[in-house]
Ligand binder design. Structure first.
Ligand SMILES: [Zn+2]
Ligand SMILES: [Zn+2]
Length: 285
């Protein structure tokens, strides 16, 4: 293990939370998701085999919670074969360094996300002026400096395969961040979306708090390329997923997913695109 790892100097715990905090849900027998404050992590793998992967790494200072969720589901001292990151935003890598140290585990992310994970590049500043509520207003306190995982993070294979997830392939779904990915299992079309779209209006604190279900585009304050974000949603809708675990909000399934995802594609400008904000150019392709 490369022990030279660090968070950015702006790394800090964020007080935002939701009624979903600490709640876990078995979406499929081998797909479990758990909410850390306001963000979801997923455990992919059959609990009887102990062969599993963790997708995303929660909020800052949540390592102990993630380790106990894993041990509750897979047994004492169990550890994932790998951690796959949908992207490198603070709420998806918040506990990653403690988890790497605890499990001595490999981490994979898209090549275009690597600069943000190896200390080279900060994310653009969150847009606190974007149309939206309290979470958007709080967003200047969100960490954006790169974390540095050194040699512990590797680029995903370019052929679309996902290490230790043989039934899945990764899809590049940029817009919310340059190297954002989603994960698709082809045999049952189960999808782990990351923040390409979410199931709660993440900008609005009371909706985050109550986890009111509402399909939405990517969280607005951190999304910088809205044309790419729309293309990514179109790409995901075409896959006709049967289940979707999103980075924020409750998982979506069946007819509800199909209808709402189609609606998001057809009404992307109305539902997802903010009316104003510094990364918004209203002339969508
Ligand atoms: Zn994000
Ligand atoms: Zn997120």
């Amino acid at each position: 293990m490369d022990m030279n790892m660090s968070y950015g100097s702006d790394y800090r715990a964020i007080p935002a939370t939701s009624i979903g905090n600490g709640v876990g849900m078995e979406v499929l027998p081998d797909l479990y998701c758990h909410t850390i404050q306001i963000v979801n992590i997923s455990l992919v793998g059959d609990p009887s085999t102990k062969d599993f992967v963790l997708v995303d790494a929660g909020m800052p200072e949540s390592a102990n919670e993630i380790i106990s969720v894993v041990e509750e589901r897979f047994g004492a001292n169990s550890r994932p074969k790998a951690i796959i990151l949908t992207h490198g935003h603070f709420d998806h890598v918040g506990a990653i360094i403690e988890l790497i140290k605890h499990w001595n585990v490999s981490v994979y992310a898209h090549e275009l996300e690597m600069p943000y994970l190896t200390g080279q590049k900060s994310y653009p500043e969150p847009d606190s002026t974007v149309e939206g509520g309290m979470v958007a207003k709080m967003s200047p306190m969100f960490p954006i400096e790169p974390i540095n995982l050194g040699g512990n993070v590797q680029a995903l294979p370019s052929d679309g395969t996902v290490p230790h997830m043989p039934d899945f392939r990764w899809l590049h779904t940029p817009g919310h961040s340059p190297g954002h990915i989603s994960l698709l299992r082809e045999n049952d079309r189960a999808l782990i979306v990351g923040d390409a779209f979410v199931n709660v209006k993440q900008e609005y604190l009371y909706k985050v708090l109550t986890q009111e279900q509402e399909i939405s585009g990517p969280p607005r304050y951190l999304t910088t390329d809205w044309n790419a974000a729309k293309e990514s949603v179109v790409k995901l809708e075409r896959l006709n997923p049967t289940v979707a675990v999103t980075g924020h909000g409750l998982p979506l399934t069946g007819q509800y997913l199909t209808e709402n995802l189609r609606k998001l594609v057809n009404e992307f400008e109305q539902i997802a695109l903010p009316d104003y904000g510094k990364y918004v150019n209203k002339k969508m392709n």
